[in-house]
Write a protein that binds this ligand. Structure first.
Ligand code: SF4
Ligand code: SF4
Length: 291
């Protein structure tokens, strides 16, 4: 649990920061919002477990611990297996192959559903565990940072994302989601009170924003939009938001200073305190929308 108390008296709040595509400034927004809400006991959860980078913005962080994220995997006792093939036939994920003398389990494909053990007539399958990655926790001042790091070559992001979210406990939780609208993004957004979509005012930005909004509508997650690098591109995103009646909650203008700070791994609100106030006001707007 984050050690800095929430003195504001505000209710707990879970905001996910997502974007239909990479490179829109999602992490810039997530880190800026988290730093601006640190005095409310904020925790930032980096759910982009294939490429976690939030923690890199906090070079002076103090480690709080780490743990393995384990998932179930079948273990076949070859001494009693009759190689009947039922387990392989019933694996919906094609994670098993039964050869005349050997049962192969393709661990990266296995979803740990347990169906193979249920159908085995010899009770030859028991449950083992394997690690898909690690969850790290650290603190930087009043802010807690939680992130997951998927093992190289591992495909199962969802269990690790769940572990990151489980570890991120605080009065205010900011979830930095993976880009796109894949199951990793869906799992990251799931259970949050509000999703802030970060976009840019370009044709690509509009196309991916539309996909992300459709996904959130299906999930019934309240949403709003932040346009990053405003002032470049065209007005189509703004027209679209107006037509769809989606709230435009904030704009960050295209700025060489912000881009340079970001490229040096510096959270720009630390150098431009007026933006901290704007991000705190953004959180208040979000709370109003949720209410
Ligand atoms: S179902 Fe059981 S007995 Fe049949 S091949 Fe699989 S592990 Fe062996
Ligand atoms: S646990 Fe499920 S996914 Fe894994 S090998 Fe068995 S049936 Fe297939």
């Amino acid at each position: 649990m984050n050690r800095c108390p929430n003195l504001s008296g505000s209710k707990s709040l879970k905001i996910s920061i997502a974007s239909g595509k990479g490179g829109t400034g999602k992490t810039l927004v997530a880190t800026s919002l988290a730093v601006s809400l640190a005095d409310r006991g904020a925790v930032i959860a980096d759910c982009d477990v294939e490429e976690p980078n939030v923690h890199l913005f906090f070079p002076n962080k103090q480690p709080l611990g780490k743990k393995e994220c384990e998932v179930p995997v079948p273990i076949v006792d070859e001494r009693i297996c009759t190689h009947c093939g039922l387990c392989s036939d019933n694996c919906a994920f094609h994670a098993m192959a039964v050869l005349p003398q050997k049962v192969l389990v393709f661990q990266e494909l296995c979803h740990g559903c347990g169906a193979c053990a249920l159908v085995c007539p010899m009770n030859a399958i028991s449950e083992g565990r394997r690690s898909v990655g690690e969850v790290f926790r650290a603190e930087s001042g009043c802010l807690e940072i939680v992130w997951g790091d998927l093992k190289p070559g591992e495909a199962r992001t969802v269990p690790l994302i769940r572990s990151v979210k489980d570890e991120a406990k605080g009065d205010v939780v900011i979830v930095d989601c993976p880009p796109g609208t894949s199951c990793s993004m869906v799992e990251s957004v799931r259970g949050t009170d509000f999703c802030l979509l970060v976009t840019e005012s370009t044709p690509f930005g509009l196309y991916d924003l539309n996909l992300a909004l459709r996904t959130l509508e299906m999930m019934k997650i309240p949403q709003g939009v932040l346009v990053n690098k405003s002032g470049i591109g065209d007005r189509k995103v703004y027209e679209y938001l107006e037509k769809q009646k989606v709230s435009l909650l904030m704009e960050i203008p295209f700025s060489r200073t912000i881009a340079e700070l970001y490229s040096r791994g510096i959270i720009f609100v630390e150098h431009m305190p007026e933006w901290k106030e704007r991000f705190a006001a953004l959180a208040e707007k979000i709370e109003e929308q949720i209410a």
